[in-house]
Design a protein around this ligand. Structure first.
Ligand code: MD6
Ligand code: FE
Length: 217
């Protein structure tokens, strides 16, 4: 169907560099964060996530002592989440179609921000109403080691390095699969001196962003 997609596992597809170049997306992330700032959310178990998050689109994913859920206003400000850029919506829909999931209309985009040393433990994305809908994930900036466990939390591992511009799509049999992101490594000096140096925070520390597009409701 699409010669440029690589199979990671059943119903998990990697579209290498499908979102490249990502420079314009960084400007859009900055605009979103100016309205709905990145924050580290509390988990129901009482911890705090190392990854900082914000959202755009009609619905945003949120976590606090009460649990995980989608909310239509930013609990930090009481205002609606910033709009999802039209180009992002189109990218998510066309990437989903290329991976075999036509008709994807995301109503939520979670924006994750990873500094060096942050990680995301094994989890599955299970808070959406219709689990027949796929998820599209876009990686920007620093590379990450993405771990696919599949049906069980300690399931057989597939490891994928996600690079700037890579798009991962999964749905179908993989929709409730466990996955994780390993601790983000410091970039090597040669790579960061190159033209495609990673984005940085206000103090110059390099970053990774990940956008996950879902149909929540
Ligand atoms: C990340 N991604 O790549 C974390 N979840 O930073 C996810 O947790 C994820 O990439 C659901 C679907 C796609 C994903
Ligand atoms: Fe996830």
């Amino acid at each position: 169907m699409n010669a440029l997609r690589e199979s990671v596992a059943d119903d998990v597809w990697l579209l290498r560099r499908r979102a490249a170049p990502t420079a314009v997306m960084l400007e859009e992330i900055a605009r979103i964060a100016a309205d709905a700032p990145f924050r580290r959310l509390r988990t129901p178990g009482g911890g705090t996530m190392s990854v900082a998050m914000t959202n755009c689109g009609p619905l945003g994913w949120h976590s606090d002592a009460r649990g995980y859920r989608y909310v239509d206003v930013d609990p930090g400000s009481g205002r609606r989440w910033p709009p999802m850029p039209e180009r992002w919506r189109e990218l998510a829909a066309s990437a989903a179609a290329e991976a075999g999931f036509p008709g994807f209309e995301p109503d939520a985009c979670l924006v994750n921000r990873y500094a060096v040393g942050t990680q995301m433990g094994a989890h599955r994305d299970y808070d959406e109403r219709d689990l027949r809908q796929p998820i599209v994930s876009v990686s920007i900036g620093l590379p990450a080691q993405f771990l696919w466990h599949g049906a069980t939390r300690g399931g057989s591992l597939v490891r994928v390095e996600l690079l700037d511009g890579d798009v991962l799509v999964w749905g179908g049999r993989a929709r409730a699969g466990y996955h994780a992101v390993k601790r983000i490594a410091a970039p090597d000096l040669i790579a960061s001196a190159a033209a495609d140096a990673p984005p940085t925070d206000e103090t110059g520390e390099p970053l990774r962003y990940n956008l996950t597009f879902r149909r929540a409701k």
